[in-house]
Design a protein around this ligand. Structure first.
Ligand SMILES: CCC/C=C/C=C/C(=O)SCCNC(=O)CCNC(=O)[C@H](O)C(C)(C)COP(=O)(O)OP(=O)(O)OC[C@H]1O[C@@H](n2cnc3c(N)ncnc32)[C@H](O)[C@@H]1OP(=O)(O)O
Ligand SMILES: NC(=O)C1=CN([C@@H]2O[C@H](COP(=O)(O)OP(=O)(O)OC[C@H]3O[C@@H](n4cnc5c(N)ncnc54)[C@H](OP(=O)(O)O)[C@@H]3O)[C@@H](O)[C@H]2O)C=CC1
Length: 330
């Protein structure tokens, strides 16, 4: 089969061969297992016990998914945590579960980050309970896949208000109060890999996440003088109910996501939590303005013009190499 394809390819141009339906429909050649076997995620908390003792961490969207995982890790490392989002019952349950697991206090505060007054009230409550935070993680987000021609103004507003305006309201409210008290802090924003490339079908999210990155890079430059660091994690796909119910409601895309990730698997919430803890810790005080892509290699894998050549087998390479070497002149 391959020999016949290459005989045909030899008669035409290499470009036409790459454009052939055979090339695009054929799977990657048989390998001795998924690359996943090389890249098992490590369990457990990475930093030394007590790394966040006497520290306060504030995590938006801390009741679910990645926010819950980051809260758990920071709490295990000794932080007092404050988690905030719209659903107080969800927050309260998460706070109770984490507190009883770690022995450290987790406070739940209801706050819709789209409302600057609610944000200000939330920070008032936090000041009373724990004082101003040392660690701020802007993690709350809204998203759904939708062809842009079906998007209403309110659909656009809903996502961009949560992601960009919400992050800005939280960051400015806390930043101003911290500056007044002359207290340093680490700010971390969770964006995503397509904040950089843009992506169809999630246009409000892509636009807002790009805005968050500009906000954080700008403040890294401006507010270092107040003792504030600003960093960004761009996660690739990690299965959470919140994300996957809105981005892959039928489950059809997960398999294709995994095939384009060179490490052969999705990320885990615990991996993000360890990275977030490191960035927010005293081990990373020289890190500011950084954008950390954390995606198992998915972004570069999707971007590289020739990465589909992974499908070419050694036999096929023999033919292609011969074809290339036999070409003389331009
Ligand atoms: C895979 C690798 C990259 C992954 C990146 C992941 C990024 C993420 O951000 S995942 C995080 C996902 N988590 C969430 O989205 C949690 C929070 N989400 C929500 O609460 C809701 O989904 C929503 C964002 C819609 C906000 O809820 P809210 O109750 O405030 O809004 P609604 O009144 O329901 O809707 C507001 C307008 O949006 C329109 N809309 C809602 N869903 C859709 C949809 N699927 N398609 C098109 N339009 C939608 C809704 O109709 C409203 O507009 P209008 O009718 O004009 O009033
Ligand atoms: N999972 C993934 O594959 C990826 C996720 N990300 C990012 O990771 C972060 C966490 O996502 P994930 O854990 O997967 O999804 P979740 O849906 O679990 O998390 C989103 C959180 O945001 C909160 N939230 C939503 N709207 C508001 C609002 N208006 N005010 C306050 N809080 C709000 C939600 O709580 P509530 O409903 O109570 O308000 C929820 O806890 C997001 O920033 C997302 O963009 C990035 C790349 C990949």
């Amino acid at each position: 089969m391959a020999a016949a394809v290459f005989r045909r390819a030899e008669g035409s141009s290499v470009t036409r061969f790459f454009q052939s339906s055979w090339f695009h429909s054929s799977p990657a050649p048989q390998q001795s297992g998924s690359p996943q076997r090389f890249f098992a995620p490590a369990d457990g908390v990475m930093l030394p016990t007590g790394s966040f003792k006497d520290r306060v961490a504030f995590i938006t969207g801390g009741g679910t998914g990645l926010g819950r995982a980051m809260t758990t890790t920071l709490s295990m490392l000794g932080a007092q945590c404050v988690i905030a989002s719209r659903k107080l019952d969800v927050l309260q349950q998460t706070a109770n579960e984490i507190s009883s697991q770690t022995g450290n206090q987790v406070y739940a505060v209801q706050c819709d980050v789209r409302d600057p007054q609610a944000v200000s009230h939330c920070v008032d409550q936090m000041e009373t309970m724990t004082g101003l935070p040392d660690v701020i993680i802007n993690n709350a987000a809204g998203n759904f896949v939708c062809p842009s021609e079906r998007l209403s103004p309110n659909g656009w507003k809903s996502i961009t208000d949560i992601v960009l305006n919400g992050t800005a309201y939280i960051t400015l409210e806390l930043g101003k109060r911290l500056i007044k008290k002359q207290k340093g802090a680490s700010f971390l924003a969770i964006t995503t890999i397509y904040a950089e490339s843009g992506s169809g079908f999630v246009v409000p999210s892509a636009s807002a996440k790009a805005g968050v990155e500009a906000l954080y890079k700008s403040l890294a430059a401006e507010w270092g003088r107040y003792g504030h660091r600003f960093n960004i994690i761009q996660p690739g796909p990690i299965r959470t109910k919140g994300a996957f119910s809105r981005l892959d409601p039928t489950g059809a895309f997960e398999k294709s996501m995994i095939t384009r990730i060179p490490t052969g698997r999705l990320g885990t919430p615990e991996e993000i939590a360890n990275l977030a803890a490191y960035i927010s810790s005293d081990y990373a005080t020289w890190m500011s303005g950084a954008v950390i892509r954390f995606d198992g290699g998915e972004y570069v894998s999707m971007a590289g013009e020739f990465n589909e050549l992974k499908k070419v087998t050694p036999d096929q390479w023999d033919v292609m190499e011969a074809m290339i070497r036999s070409t003389k002149g331009s």
